[in-house]
Design a protein around this ligand. Structure first.
Ligand code: ARG
Length: 471
C-alpha cells in the first residue's frame, strides 16, 4: 500500500512520543517516511503480549499499582481483539505499531496508559517483539519442513526399487535407486531443521528489561518478564540485547539454504518433467498451460519456488548490509530489519508448503525409466569394476572400458547387447558372468559400501530416516 499525505498540512497534528523536547512539529513527510506501521503492524500480537508481561512484572514489583496494571492489561486485551477484528486499524501517523497501541490505550484509559512504558524503551520492546515473532515463525517453518521430510520418506518407500539415472555434470553417470535420490533431499531438509533448532537457543533469550540500552533506575525484575514470556534465558548485556540482529541474519540465512535446497529439487523436477527427459509427471493441479501454445504443460510452481530463492537471498544481503558498520547501540536503520525478515519468512514457508503439495502430486514414469536405464552407457562403471574384480588395476580397466564405450557409440549398440566376442576383443578377462553385472539392478545391488544405493542400503536409510522424523 502506498501511503498518501493527507491535505497540505506542514507538520503532524498527533503528539509524538518524543515531541515535547521540540519547538516545531515533526514534518509530515518526514513522519510518513519514517513510519513503520504499515510493516510492523504484523507484530501487534507479539507487542501486546510483551506489554502485558512487562506491566504484570511492574505491578508485582510495586512499580505501578495493581489496579492500574489491571486496567492496562484489560485495555491491551481489548485492543488486540479490535485489531484482529478490524475495529481498530493502526494508522501510519502513529509512527510504529508500539506507539499506535499505546495511543489507542490512552484513548481508552487515559494517561495511565503511559505507565506501561515505565522502565522500557521501544528498543527493548521491538527486540522482544521480534524474538517472539521469530519463535513462532521458526516453529511454522520447522513444521512445514517436517511434513516435507515425511513425504520424502514415503516417496523413498514407494520408489525404493525404481531405478533412475544418477547425474554428475548433468550427464548420465550411474543408475541409482529413486529411494536413494529422495533420501538425499531428506538429509538436506533434516539439516535445515537442525539449524533452526540451534538458532532457537539464541532466539530464546529475553531482551526485555534492557530499556534503551543501558538499563533502568527502576527496580525491574527482568527474570520475571522472561518467565512471563516463556523465554528460556535472559540477556547478559543490555547494550547487546537491544543491538543484536544476528538472529534475523541467521534466520534469513537458514531460509536461504532451505530455498537453495528447494530450488535444486525444483530444477530436477522441471528438467525431468520436460519431454526431453520425460522421467516424471507433475499432476495437472500443479501445472499451467500456455495462452498461445495449446500443447504446453509448464512446471510454473517449481519455477516460482526457484525464482523466489533469489528474493530470499536478496533479503539476506539486505539485512547484512543494514547492519554493516552500524555503531552501537540502537540506530533507526534497524527498523528496516522487518521487511526482509517478513519477506523471507513468508516466501520460505509458503514455498516449502506448496512444494510439498506439488511433490505429493508427482509420479515417476517407471516404464520409461526401466527401459532407458537398461540400455544406457551409465553401466560402464560396472564394466570397469568387473575388470578390477578380475585383478586389473583400475586405471587400465578404465582405459579398456573407455574403448568399449566408444565402440558401443560407434556401432549404436547398448552395452548389454555387445557380444562376448566383442568384449573379449578388448580384454580376455571378460566372461559370460559380465552380463549379470550389466543389469541396472545388479549394478545397484553390488554397491555394498556405506550409505550407497543398493536396495539393502536404501532400506536401511529409510529406517534411519523414519527414526529422524520425530526427534
Ligand atoms: N519502530 C522502531 C523500530 O522498529 C522502534 C524503535 C524506535 N526506537 C527509537 N529509538 N527510535 O526499530
Amino acid at each position: 500500500m502506498i501511503l498518501k499525505l493527507m491535505g497540505s498540512k506542514k507538520g503532524t497534528e498527533k503528539e509524538l512520543l518524543w515531541q515535547s523536547r521540540f519547538a516545531e512539529p515533526f514534518d509530515r513527510e518526514a513522519l510518513l517516511f519514517s513510519s513503520s506501521v504499515d510493516v510492523d503492524k504484523a507484530l501487534y500480537q507479539e507487542d501486546i503480549k510483551g506489554s502485558i508481561a512487562h506491566v504484570t512484572m511492574l505491578s508485582e514489583e510495586a512499580i505501578i499499582p495493581v489496579e492500574e496494571a489491571r486496567l492496562i492489561v484489560e485495555g491491551l486485551e481489548e485492543i488486540e481483539q479490535e485489531i484482529t477484528s478490524g475495529a481498530f486499524v493502526p494508522h501510519w501517523e502513529d509512527e510504529d505499531i508500539h506507539t499506535a497501541i499505546e495511543n489507542r490505550l490512552k484513548e481508552k484509559i487515559g494517561p495511565i496508559a503511559g505507565k506501561m512504558h515505565s522502565g522500557r524503551s521501544r528498543n527493548d520492546q521491538v527486540a522482544t517483539d521480534t524474538k517472539l515473532y521469530l519463535k513462532g515463525i521458526i516453529n511454522e517453518l520447522d513444521n512445514a519442513l517436517a511434513a516435507l521430510k515425511q513425504l520424502l520418506v514415503e516417496k523413498a518407500e514407494t520408489y525404493r526399487y525404481t531405478i533412475i539415472f544418477g547425474y554428475t555434470h548433468l550427464q548420465r553417470a550411474q543408475p541409482v535407486s529413486a529411494g536413494h535420490y529422495y533420501l538425499s533431499y531428506f538429509n538436506m531438509f533434516h539439516r535445515d531443521r537442525e539449524r533452526l533448532d540451534d538458532l532457537l537457543k539464541r532466539v530464546d533469550i529475553s531482551p526485555l528489561g534492557a530499556a534503551a540500552f543501558a538499563g533502568s533506575t527502576l527496580p525491574l525484575n527482568a527474570k520475571r518478564s522472561m518467565e512471563l514470556l516463556d523465554f528460556g534465558a535472559l540477556f547478559e548485556n543490555s547494550i547487546d540485547a537491544v543491538s543484536d540482529r544476528d538472529i534475523i541474519i541467521e534466520f534469513i540465512s537458514i531460509c536461504s539454504i532451505v530455498m537453495m535446497h528447494l530450488s535444486r529439487f525444483c530444477e530436477d523436477l522441471i528438467l525431468w518433467s520436460s519431454s526431453e527427459f520425460d522421467y516424471l509427471e507433475i499432476s495437472d493441479a500443479f501445472s499451467t498451460g500456455s495462452s498461445i501454445m495449446p500443447q504446453k504443460k509448464n512446471a510454473d510452481i517449481a519455477e516460482l519456488v526457484r525464482g523466489k530463492t533469489g528474493r530470499v537471498y536478496g533479503d539476506l544481503i539486505n539485512i547484512l548490509t543494514i547492519m554493516k558498520g552500524l555503531p552501537l547501540s540502537y540506530n533507526r536503520d534497524m527498523q528496516e530489519d522487518k521487511p526482509p525478515l517478513f519477506d523471507a519468512a513468508k516466501s520460505t514457508v509458503s514455498s516449502v508448503r506448496i512444494f510439498t503439495k506439488m511433490l505429493a502430486h508427482t509420479k515417476l514414469n517407471e516404464e520409461r525409466l526401466a527401459k532407458l536405464t537398461g540400455e544406457d552407457l551409465s553401466l560402464a562403471t560396472e564394466i570397469a569394476e568387473y575388470l578390477v574384480r578380475k585383478n586389473l588395476p583400475f586405471r587400465d580397466a578404465h582405459r579398456i572400458t573407455g574403448k568399449i564405450v566408444s565402440h558401443a557409440i560407434e556401432s549404436a549398440t547398448p552395452l548389454p547387447d555387445l557380444t562376448l566376442e566383442t568384449y573379449r576383443s578388448f580384454s580376455k578377462l571378460f566372461d559370460n558372468d559380465l552380463y549379470d553385472a550389466l543389469k541396472p539392478e545388479a549394478s545397484i545391488n553390488t554397491k555394498l559400501s556405506h550409505g550407497s544405493t543398493s536396495f539393502a542400503s536404501v532400506d536401511m536409510q529409510i529406517k534411519a530416516a523414519r527414526e529422524k522424523l520425530n526427534p
